[in-house]
Design a protein around this ligand. Structure first.
Ligand code: ATP
Ligand code: MG
Length: 449
């Protein structure tokens, strides 16, 4: 069945709240409209992720009207309205903006009307307003409806000028083209290509946000292509660009070079977490610098080298430590999957109990599908994970370091080794209780010496 036209669909909870905010503003005599991505998505028949509101009300008037607000960017005319726990809406005063000279914020803003607010936006498809009153009338000052129909990302006004004002728009053109699966209008594309190197003037945080959207949303592989073809990849992620043309042993990688292989992983992503998406992007980033020809092409240690490179790249892009370490774990561990069927039970349990396991498992699956196609290790681990699902595979240790030392083992690395061996036995259900564990330590380490 084709989807219902979205404007007649029962409003979601988010939309209902957005409409209430609009109504409250209107009751005070202000103009208030839905704007940007949510209008574009509605026109395309998609459920928007967020609803942004544009209004003639000034920031202090918005603040006064709602109980809970956050003045995140009051000087730029942006107030967050928090109508209920977990819900936040950007309510922004109609404005014009100066250039983003520091790469983060416009140099000035002036409050104005809806038409000029549309004209300061980046692309025609993002410049639409929707008046939810009555039939849900669209206000299109920039030709956005036609471009949505034609599936085109087109800068509003002169693309070169618009990219000079805020260089992030160069990257955003690519982001909207891939996630929406649109073409970039020729003049806009020419400007993207000629200005790609200017992206370095934008803050790492803003670049990071766009990159995460490119790689976690649909058509990530096209995102990689467009980043590459535009020249942005070379500047933002030279380590990924370096994968192009790096040959691999054809018996394991019939698909081609490291870049082609990575692209195929991205193509397999579906509703990916950012950890998984970035793990897929970076998993073989260690291959270019470790390429050697011995008996065959080899990439010795590329997993460890790649994990370190991943940390460097993600620190550069100002990801949090948590995100960085999770993605680095995916890169670091991706070669361990080939040995899982040879692991003892305790090792398999430890492997599965790690917090990043689910993302790693999925990355392993798409890594195989993007090369030789053999997913027997994935099947094996899925079966094991199901088998252990009723069991505590990260049990409280029966024995502490203190217990070991009480048996006469001096403080030092040997205590750790014994604890780890005891945990292996515990995971393999060799003991029922602490006394059995203590007896086993005595027998294995003290009596034998
Ligand atoms: P999504 O939220 O699905 O990623 P979106 O269109 O809502 O898509 P946002 O980045 O949330 O994208 O921006 C909201 C709106 O603000 C855009 O639709 C656009 O109108 C405007 N906008 C955002 N960033 C810029 C920018 N750098 N230059 C001009 N306008 C912008
Ligand atoms: Mg948005």
């Amino acid at each position: 069945m084709p989807p219902e036209p979205s404007r007649t669909r029962k409003p979601s909870k988010k939309l209902a709240h957005a409409l209430k905010i609009i109504q409250a503003l209107k009751q005070k005599g202000h103009e208030a409209l839905l704007v940007g991505g949510c209008v574009r998505d509605q026109v395309m028949g998609k459920e928007p992720t967020d609803y942004d509101i544009a209004t003639s009300a000034k920031p202090d008037e918005i603040e006064r009207l709602f109980k809970k607000t956050l003045a995140v960017g009051a000087q730029f005319g942006v107030i967050l309205v928090l109508p209920a726990p977990g819900l936040r809406f950007e309510v922004a005063t109609f404005r014009r903006e100066g250039t983003y000279e520091d790469g983060r914020h416009p140099s000035w803003v002036k409050f104005t009307d809806a038409r000029q607010d549309a004209e300061r936006r980046d692309f025609t498809i993002n410049g639409l307003f929707l008046d939810p009153a009555g039939e849900g009338r669209i206000l299109d000052y920039v030709g956005g409806e036609k471009d949505i129909r034609g599936r085109l990302v087109r800068a509003i006004g002169d693309p070169n000028k618009r990219f000079e004002e805020d260089k992030l728009r160069i990257l955003r053109a690519v982001r909207f083209a891939c996630t929406l699966d649109f073409q970039i209008e020729p003049q806009t594309w020419a400007a993207v290509k000629s200005k790609a190197r200017d992206i370095t003037q934008v803050s790492h945080e803003r670049i990071r946000e766009e990159l995460v959207k490119i790689f976690t949303r649909p058509h990530a592989e096209r995102g990689l292509d467009l980043l590459d073809e535009s020249g942005l990849l070379e500047v933002i992620l030279p380590e990924i660009s370096a994968m192009k043309g790096v040959e691999q042993p054809p018996q394991f990688h019939p698909e081609g070079d490291v870049f082609v292989h990575t692209r195929l992983l991205l193509k397999q992503l579906k509703d990916a977490s950012s950890t998984l998406a970035l793990g897929a992007l970076f998993h073989d980033v260690g291959k270019p610098p470790t390429f050697t020809i011995q008996d065959r092409i080899r990439f010795n240690n590329h997993d460890k080298v790649g994990a370190d490179m991943t940390r460097n790249i993600m620190r550069r892009l100002k990801f949090s430590n948590r995100e960085t370490e999770d993605v680095a774990a995916l890169v670091d561990n991706h070669m361990r999957f080939k040995d899982v069927q040879k692991m003892r039970e305790a090792k398999v349990k430890r492997f599965i109990a790690r917090p990043t396991f689910q993302d790693e498992l999925e990355m392993h699956r798409i890594d195989c599908l993007a090369s030789h196609g053999d997913i027997s290790n994935w099947h094996f681990l899925r079966k094991k994970a199901a088998e252990y699902s009723q069991e505590d595979i990260k049990p409280k240790p029966l024995i502490s370091g203190h217990d070991v030392m009480k048996l006469g083992i001096p403080e030092g690395p040997r205590v750790g080794e014994i604890l780890s061996a005891v945990m292996d036995q515990q995971l393999e259900r060799k003991f029922k209780n602490k006394n059995e564990a203590l007896a086993w330590i005595k027998e294995s380490y003290i009596e034998k010496g």
